[in-house]
Structures are given as C-alpha cells and as structure tokens.
Design a protein around this ligand. Structure first.
Ligand SMILES: [Zn+2]
Length: 271
C-alpha cells in the first residue's frame, strides 16, 4: 500500500488529471524555467517564469540549460530564478564553474561532442562521485550534429562509470532506431532512466513494461510543451497508483534527494 501525499494543488479541469482521485506530488525532471524572456528560433520570444509555471500541479522541478540562441546557452544557475527553492538548477556539461554541480545537462548534437568523448571523463567522474544525475539529449535535433545523436554512444560511459545516473531526455526521442538503441543501453545499466516529455504514449508504456516504473521519470519540457498535456499523457496509460507515484514523484525525489540538500545550503550561502 502506497501513501500518496496530496497537498491540495489546483488541478486543471480537463483530461485525465480530473479522473485521478489522489494525485501524487509531481516532480518535473525537464523544464526551462528562467524568470526572464528569451528568444527561441521558430517560436519567437518565450517566457517561462516560475510564478506562472508553478500554477501547474508541479511541486518541484529541474531547470535545464537551453541553447536559446545558437551562439549562447541559457544557464539556470547564472540566471538564479526567484523561486529557486522549488527549482533544482542544472549546469551544462563542459561549461560549469561550480565544483559541486547539482545536476548536469549534456546535448551531444548541439554541443557537437560525442557522449563518449574521453574529454568528458573527468565530468562523468565528478557527477558519479557527487551523485548528481546527467540529463542527456539523444535523437533527432533539427539544428544539431546528428552524428552524436545515437543513444548507443553512451554505452561505454555507463560501463566505465557504473555509479553514474544518466537520464535520457525525451526517452532518447522514443522513435525508430533511437528508441531501440536507448533500450539496449538501459538493459546494460540500471543507472539509466527515461524522461517522458515528447515521447509517444506507447513508448512510455513499453519502457514501464520492460524496465519497471522505477526507471521512468516525468518531464514536460516546459515551456515548449504544456505541463498539463504531458501529465495527461502519462495519466492516460493505465498505470497503477504505485507506478504513477514512482514516475511522477518518487524516482526524481530519490535521484535528487542528496543534491536538494546541497541546493538549500548553496542558496543560504548565496544570500
Ligand atoms: Zn528541453
């Protein structure tokens, strides 16, 4: 029997969200909440303010770096969103100055680097030692170098760093060979997790069937996707309460418990 906490957040009045009587707390592993306007190709000016974002049913969220313009990455820890007590701010692999990152994002196609480049070994070693997850984007990316988009490229990394936690953004895209290879990697290493944003519903279900709800974390990719729509997708798949609790809260909480503690001590020091 699982005790699902419910803190009375307002649930949007549409879709499957309404049909879940006891919604667990929600942890969103993939957002770009920055508290300032930014420009994104094909979308124009976007805003992803914490005060707007947290009107959704989400209690805690990871904010990831984003290549907003092709020449400059948005880095959450440099922007210091005002509501950072509810945001866990990840750094970009290859350009973080903190010796103690809370979590890292690697985008091989856009950073033009293979996930298995030996130049990243020091970073992987640090992430493994500090217990901070690395969110990696694989799969199709219209502006990136697709030579580095194959999830298989990280297989020797997880072999070399068995204690490393890798979270595949968008479930490694969840399509075609990218998805087949993402599954091959996940079979080799228990430290590989799948994040659900943009992934087809059937692929989310397949991941739970193959690897268990223990290996899947909810993500929205806000503001590029609606939190409610991504939540509805996961809620529509017929998972048990226990599986939903795992996907929507517990896995992320377990992966980030250590860094959340460090995050609060960092915030105290920053004041
Ligand atoms: Zn994203």
């Amino acid at each position: 029997m699982v005790c699902i906490p419910f803190d009375g957040v307002s649930i949007p009045t549409k879709g499957y969200l309404l049909e879940v009587p006891s919604m667990p707390d929600i942890f969103d592993f993939h957002t770009h909440v920055y508290d300032r306007d930014f420009w994104f190709r094909g979308k124009g000016v976007l805003r992803a303010y914490a005060k707007d974002y947290f009107k959704s049913p989400v209690r805690l969220a990871v904010s990831l770096p984003l290549l907003a313009r092709f020449e400059s990455w948005m880095k959450p820890r440099e922007l210091r969103p005002s509501s950072s007590s509810r945001l866990i701010l990840f750094d970009l692999v290859g350009s973080f100055s903190s010796i103690s990152p809370l979590g890292l994002k690697l985008h091989p196609p856009l950073q033009d680097v293979s996930a298995c480049d030996p130049g990243l070994d020091e970073t992987y070693g640090l992430a493994e030692r500090e217990g901070c997850p690395v969110v990696v984007h694989f799969g199709y990316c219209s502006a990136g170098n697709l030579r580095f988009a194959d999830p298989l490229s990280i297989i020797e990394v997880v072999d070399k760093f068995p204690g490393l936690t890798v979270v595949m953004a968008h479930m490694g895209t969840g399509r075609g060979n990218y998805w087949e290879n993402a599954k091959r990697v996940a079979r080799c290493c228990d430290g590989v997790y799948f994040e659900t944003s943009w992934a087809p519903p059937g692929v989310v279900r397949e991941a739970v069937e193959l690897f268990g709800a223990e290996r899947v974390v909810f993500g929205s990719d806000y503001p590029f996707r609606s939190v409610e729509e991504e939540l509805d997708k996961v809620l529509s798949l017929g998972f048990s309460d226990e599986e939903l609790y795992r996907i929507l809260w517990r896995n992320a909480d377990e992966l980030l418990r250590g860094v959340i503690k460090r995050s609060s001590s960092l915030m105290v020091r920053e004041k």
